[in-house]
Design a protein around this ligand. Structure first.
Ligand code: GLC
Length: 609
């Protein structure tokens, strides 16, 4: 248990040095900000700071279960969520990630990712006090609130942008604005496009200002200029305010993009890491119960840097994007070798590097596999990508998936995929065809992919609606602000009518939710899921079958996942004796080998008898 002054004494110097290295000015304003915001923290949060300082890996307890959702889609408002806390508790949720909930323009706001006021919630969801009440009530129930903090850009309706448009140079300096194409054209030579078909180019002409503005994402999302210390201080100040209202996890949206430099891709630059390290230090000093989760949708080789080093940690958690991609890749191709090598790579990272693992989130699936590994396996990266998005679009012969393409780029043949977990796993097609055997298979796939997520180190995250097998919603095409963005296919109102069926084990919803609940229960109760367990992949002798071995406290758990659509055989060298599946009680001898049904998964516990 330490005081603000003690933490400042221990960490303030590094923070000030980093600040000076980046901005060339002294950081006394920054320290004053921390002191002021810490002084505004209420008693319950100071108490939480104390508890979490004493237990710094609180967020890695095996019982942690995250859920992500849009406030309006789940329950209309913050008060609506308060009324539904019982549902979250029933599902075992301990970490609630709310998609962006700050004020945005009414339409065309990129699902809330175009923020027009960092200090106010979207009035449609309630008031700032309602949000605080929600955070309080969640905390009382042992649920931590995660806020999506859109730090790379604001909406062009944010006050800073409005003042910039009016010609105020101070506010133009919050963004990256250029009078002609000279510098933008230079940037365009090296900066890739995020949305090549829906928002091509990285600059937008602003007629009011008579300048080009850097817009990595949509034209209405103006990139902030973090080389201006006023931007950093303002953003940090807002984050501390939300932490003081009870947010305890920040998802740093699009963090790799926050620093730009001519001649580079403007992604993952060293200065990004300086800023993330500064955020980490700032929270450790002023609000130490807060943790940072980076949204880093980048090539696998870039990810580890966002954890920083043991001496200078950055994010506590990262979004497990590549794991998600590799799980879907294995499911369609019935081939788990890329998944296995990806998981091997993350298991080699230091223990402090932990991911939030999920099957689906609010975004698309971008087919970013490890190209070197693909080539080693004789897989042509482009053809593989085309296979994946065609499969999940449902156009590949024999595909069971119902999804849509996202940002198809005819010049590179790149595309990503959208759709809910259930629709991509074949449930939509099965229901349409009224075929119970196909429904069975789809449920099997949905359970399988969640079983992988729950077996990995880190925190499992469920995308609200997936726990009841919610299908795609095609209504978005009738909405002008959404129709060109197929991510809205899987962003639809939570189906409370279907959620009610989840208590009946005979229903599709009951089958899926009870499978997920059983995974959560295993994870929560079995010592093999302790965060300090030794985890490794294990060869199965069958490239469709993926396996993980977890060992802790002298106990071994072997988790086996078949991605095949037919019966397969697998064998585990160096395993002796009998193992028993915690879900079905089935007993096998891994060393001698056994067969697995299509899409079967087993959590095999060493049998002590
Ligand atoms: C992140 C979000 C995505 C959004 C983008 C721009 O990648 O996950 O939904 O479009 O940032 O804010």
């Amino acid at each position: 248990m330490s005081t603000f002054q003690e933490r400042l004494a221990a960490k303030g110097r590094e923070l000030q040095e980093l600040y000076r290295s980046l901005y060339g000015i002294d950081g006394s304003g920054l320290i004053e900000l921390l002191e002021r915001k810490h002084g505004e923290r209420k008693a319950e949060l100071l108490e939480l700071d104390r508890r979490r300082e004493a237990d710094p890996s609180w967020y890695l307890k095996p019982g942690m279960l995250a859920m992500t959702m849009y406030t309006d889609l789940f329950a209309g408002s913050f008060k609506g969520i308060i009324d539904r806390i019982g549902y979250l508790k029933k599902r075992g949720v301990t970490y609630l990630h709310l998609m962006p909930f700050l004020a945005t323009p009414d339409n065309d706001n990129d699902g809330g990712f175009a923020v027009s006021d960092y200090s106010a919630v979207n009035p449609a969801f309630g008031t700032n006090d309602d949000l605080e009440e929600l955070a309080d009530r969640l905390r009382d129930e042992g649920i931590s609130l995660c806020m999506d903090f859109v730090m790379n850009h604001t909406s062009d309706e944010h006050e800073w942008a409005v003042r910039a448009k009016e010609g105020d140079v101070k506010f133009q300096r919050m963004y990256m604005c250029y009078p002609d194409r000279t510098i933008p054209d230079e940037y365009e030579k090296t900066v890739p496009e995020v949305f090549p078909s829906t928002a091509p180019g990285n600059f937008t002409w602003c007629p009011e200002m008579g300048k080009w503005v850097f817009t990595s994402f949509y034209p209405k999302q103006w990139d902030l200029d973090y080389s201006n210390p006023d931007v950093f201080l303002a953003v940090l100040s807002y984050m501390l305010d939300w932490a003081n209202r009870g947010v305890s996890i920040f998802r740093l949206d699009a963090v790799p993009y926050i620093w730009k430099k001519l001649g580079t891709t403007c992604r993952n630059l060293p200065e990004v890491h300086v800023i993330v390290r500064m955020l980490r230090l700032a929270f450790e000093i002023a609000a130490p119960s807060v943790i940072l989760k980076g949204e880093v949708v980048m090539a696998p080789k870039e990810l580890a840097a966002y954890f920083g080093s043991s001496d200078a940690p950055e994010c506590h958690l990262l979004y497990g994007v590549s794991t998600m991609v590799n799980i879907w890749g294995a499911l369609s191709s019935q081939e788990a070798r890329l998944l296995e090598s990806w998981v091997e790579r993350i298991l080699m990272l230091p223990r402090t590097c932990r991911f939030v693992n999920y099957v689906r989130c609010h975004d698309d699936i971008g087919w970013g596999f490890d190209e070197d590994r693909e080539k080693e396996l004789g897989i042509d990266p482009l053809r593989h990508k085309i296979f994946q998005y065609s499969f999940y679009e449902g156009t590949f012969p024999g595909s069971y998936a119902r999804g849509q393409l996202y940002n198809y780029d005819p010049s590179t043949l790149d595309a990503r995929s959208c759709g809910t977990a259930a629709s991509l796993s074949g449930l939509e097609e099965a229901i349409q065809r009224n075929d119970t055997a196909l429904v069975e298979r789809a449920i099997g796939r949905i359970a399988l992919i969640h079983a992988v997520v729950f077996a990995l180190p880190g925190i499992p995250l469920i995308n609200s609606g997936d726990e009841i097998g919610q299908l795609n919603d095609y209504e978005y095409i009738f909405s002008p602000g959404k129709k060109d963005d197929s991510r809205y296919l899987h962003r639809s109102p939570f189906r409370w009518d279907l959620a009610e069926l989840a208590d009946d084990p005979e229903t599709i919803q009951g089958r899926i939710s009870s499978a997920i609940e059983a995974l959560h229960r295993a994870r929560e109760t079995m010592p093999e899921f302790d965060d300090d367990a030794e985890v490794s992949t294990w060869h199965t002798g069958n490239s469709s079958v993926f396996a993980l071995r977890r060992q802790s406290g002298g106990r071994t758990l072997l988790c086996v996942f078949s991605f095949s659509d037919k019966e397969e055989y697998c064998r585990f060298d160096y395993f002796t004796g009998y193992y028993r599946d915690v879900f079905t009680g089935r007993t096998v001898e891994p060393g001698r080998g056994f067969s697995v049904r299509s899409h079967e998964y087993l959590y095999l516990e060493e049998s002590r008898e």
